[in-house]
Design a binder for this molecule. Structure first.
Ligand code: IFM
Length: 455
């Protein structure tokens, strides 16, 4: 396949490398009636927002089938499981579910890796203004402390936010994600308050917690080497990456980002001391990677978005209307995303140099393909990306683990259940779980630490 290094068969990963899989609460749990509504319940109930009118009411019924799901993880030999806690469920007194889940994971020798926020903001907080409001960040820190009080004695790895870029820009600028707002200025406020929420939560977690954040950094490439295309790359890099890594890793927003967006906001919502607060010590940086982005300068942009984040009249990129996105030629997944692991290599090496010594975790990587249980294309995708991680390790990137997205098929946001990322197939009628060929392949890798020689 394209971009696959020549021979992946002999690759052995370091001892202690974490082999995990990831999911998120809204995408798998169901049992919506036993928790407060989140912005995703509201979004799903809004006609035309989610494919087929699908909802998270039942999802893959994990809230009922969790013991069976943990057993399956054990059978697959997973060493770690990345899951998210539903803030609305905790507000409804449902933290006991996660308490029991953590115990069950530990009893199977599976390391729990907890994400505090994977996009399911309590609807009540959105009604009070949502992420564009500063108060939401303080509410998040209180929630983090509440979860830690119950789980920090057994959970070591904590991720504050998952992909804050999506929360801010798909949620508040393009509106293809909940809460479906389309205000570029509000999306920038949201991004800052998500950063602040991370900083406040990190400070609120006990010293025993190893704290990180899972970003979806973009490997942004210019279409050509022209000065205009390089400037388009710089602009998108600021909005996709440095708006988060600036304050997180260096304690300051990048000056070019502030200048690029000055027609939308004067950034006065960033109060003195905020950037220092966001700049908490990190124990690891989580990197979620699927596909790179190719951009060029275009006086009128390129109309309907081609950047892989859903069709919309509204851009998720504030003040970047003169940037066009291009689909590179070659292989694509069922999402239409191009298969190119070199973007992951570039990001891992970038963070290795930008934050020397900061451990990296690949907190998400995987692909949607046809529902079939025999899924050689997914194995090829995984093999190519893992070979790339191996190359980055050899070149000095401190990557400590890999969380495959996803353990099982689930609710893929505005695509509903029409896209399948699981290494375990789920029959949505019966909720039966069937490991795909890729699950057997990954189980061999997790057990041996060496790239399997085919099935
Ligand atoms: O399903 C999502 C996940 O919730 C966040 N990262 C990307 C995945 C695939 O789109």
């Amino acid at each position: 396949m394209t971009n696959t290094p020549t021979d992946t068969r002999e690759l052995r990963f370091p001892d202690g490398f974490l082999w995990g899989a990831a999911t998120a609460a809204f995408q798998i749990e169901g049992a919506a009636a036993s928790r407060e509504p989140s912005i995703w319940d509201t979004f799903c109930a809004t006609p035309g927002k989610v494919h087929g009118g699908h909802t998270g009411e039942v999802a893959v019924d994990h809230h009922r089938l969790w013991r069976q799901d943990v057993r399956l993880m054990g059978e697959l030999g997973l060493g770690a499981y990345r899951f998210s806690v539903s803030w609305p469920r905790v507000r409804s007194g449902g933290i006991g579910f996660y308490d029991a889940l953590v115990d069950e994971l530990l009893s199977h020798g599976i390391l729990p890796c907890l994400t505090l926020y994977h996009w399911d903001l309590p609807q009540e907080l959105e009604a009070a203004g949502g992420w564009p409001e500063r108060e939401t960040a303080y509410a998040f820190a209180e929630y983090a402390a509440q979860v830690a009080q119950v789980l920090a004695d057994r959970v070591e790895l904590w991720t504050t936010l998952n992909e804050p870029w999506c929360s801010a820009f798909l949620g508040y600028a393009s509106g293809v994600h909940a809460p479906g707002r389309t205000s570029p200025a509000d999306s920038l406020r949201a991004a800052h308050h998500l950063n602040l929420a991370h900083g406040l939560a990190a400070a609120a977690l006990p010293a025993s917690a190893k704290v990180g954040i899972a970003l979806n950094p973009s490997a942004v490439r210019p279409l050509t080497g022209s000065a205009a295309d390089l400037d388009a790359q710089r602009r998108i890099d600021a909005l996709a990456n440095r708006i988060f890594t600036g304050p997180l890793l260096h304690g300051a927003y990048p000056q070019d980002l502030l200048a690029d967006t000055k027609a939308l906001t004067d950034w006065s919502f960033v109060r003195p001391g905020d950037e220092a607060l966001i700049h908490q010590p990190l124990d690891f940086l989580g990197v979620n990677y699927y596909t790179p982005a190719v951009v060029s300068a275009a006086p009128d942009g390129n109309g309907p978005r081609a950047d892989g984040h859903g069709a919309t009249a509204h851009s998720p990129w504030p003040a970047a209307d003169t940037v066009a996105f291009h689909q590179p030629p070659g292989e694509r997944t069922d999402m239409g995303w191009s298969v190119d692991p070199t973007g992951l290599y570039d990001l891992l090496m970038r963070f290795t140099h930008e934050a020397p010594g900061l451990p990296l975790l690949v907190t998400e990587n995987g692909a949607a393909y046809a529902p079939d249980v025999h899924d050689p294309a997914r194995i090829d995708y995984l093999e190519a990306h893992l070979a790339t991680i191996h190359r980055a390790l050899a070149d000095g990137a401190p990557v400590g683990g890999y969380f495959l997205w996803s353990l099982m098929d689930n609710f893929e946001w505005s695509y509903g259940y029409s896209k399948r990322f699981g290494i375990v197939h789920v029959d949505y009628e019966t909720q039966a779980r069937t490991p795909r060929s890729s699950a057997h392949w990954y189980a061999r890798l997790a057990r041996t630490g060496a790239m399997p020689t085919g099935l």
